[in-house]
Design a protein around this ligand. Structure first.
Ligand SMILES: C[S@@+](CC[C@H](N)C(=O)[O-])C[C@H]1O[C@@H](n2cnc3c(N)ncnc32)[C@H](O)[C@@H]1O
Length: 277
């Protein structure tokens, strides 16, 4: 079949952008290149794979799960329904944390990525700073299996640990980074997310605040005197998370940042760091 015919086939059931993304991934072409090759014939094996993926997508499976791939910060991560699909907002958390690490910490600092899922946060930080000593932890064995696949796929030396928050953590870190579950039980969320992504990666009690509170209440035992905590937050949670920081941490400085959609999305907590440097 020709590329043009495959596009027509896909357009019957999917949005045209999804069709191009899917074909582009299978053919290793960007959308512009696809338009320049509309009359090219596609190998039978790829046509079959395309048809199988279309079926998965028609059933309501997210494109990334169907492709078993997500591009995060320029790196290709394996992803399947055992883990949350990494989001663009989280790339912004990594981008800002990387800047702070480079500015305020030594290159061999210790980093804990708490609730690692695919491992996208910790593995990307390791790619950007190869000397960091990074631990990826999660309560979900399924998630850790996926993180291990990504550790090998992206060829990084990181430690992987099963732990209910800090229950199995027995050393101290310079940087704690986390995108914990923060969807309140009664929040309205997209059906595609609700029906496909693991609940353990999404939902949090106490109006989305319970993980922030549990982490903030005990984190200092697992952090050095000088530290950075980098949180992704639900956009409506900033005020409440700031109250929790006030309740549990003393003498810290806090910077909040919005994401590209101008939603409150990140909180950075600094202890014993001179931000004027
Ligand atoms: C919102 S997902 C984030 C995944 C990944 N870090 C990312 O940003 O794409 C939250 C992660 O926290 C994990 N998690 C949930 N409860 C946990 C707990 N008590 N201790 C450690 N990890 C937990 C989930 O399994 C999930 O992988």
């Amino acid at each position: 079949m020709k590329i043009e015919e495959l596009i027509c086939l896909g357009n019957k059931s999917l949005h045209k952008d999804q069709v191009k993304l899917l074909l582009g991934t299978l053919l290793n072409l960007n959308p512009l290149e696809i338009n320049l090759h509309l009359n090219d014939y596609v190998e039978e094996e790829i046509v079959k794979k395309y048809q199988d993926l279309l079926e998965c997508l028609k059933k309501g499976e997210p494109l990334q799960y169907a492709l078993k791939n997500v591009n995060f910060y320029g790196f290709d991560f394996y992803v399947d329904k055992r883990v949350l699909i990494p989001r663009f907002e989280t790339e912004e958390l990594v981008y800002n944390t990387d800047l702070y690490i480079k500015k305020y910490f030594s290159s061999n600092s210790k980093v804990l990525d708490l609730g690692t899922g695919t491992g996208c946060i910790g593995i990307t930080l390791k790619k950007l700073n190869p000397n960091l000593d990074i631990t990826l932890s999660d309560i979900s064995k399924d998630a850790l299996d996926v993180a291990l696949i990504n550790k090998e796929k992206l060829d990084v030396d990181v430690e992987i640990k099963e732990s209910d928050l800090f229950s199995n953590i027995n050393s101290k870190f310079d940087i704690l980074i986390s995108n914990p579950p923060y969807v309140a039980i009664d929040d309205e969320i997209d059906d595609l997310v609700k029906n496909n992504e693991p609940s353990i990666a999404l939902y949090s009690d106490n109006n989305g605040l319970s993980y922030y509170e549990r982490i903030l209440a005990t984190c200092e035992k697992y952090l050095n005197e000088k530290y950075l905590i980098a949180f992704e937050i639900g956009f409506s949670l900033q005020e409440e998370v700031l109250k929790l920081i006030n309740k549990y941490l003393k003498d810290v400085k806090v910077i909040t940042k919005k994401d590209m959609a101008l939603k409150d999305r990140m909180i950075f907590i600094f202890k014993n760091i001179d931000l004027s440097e």
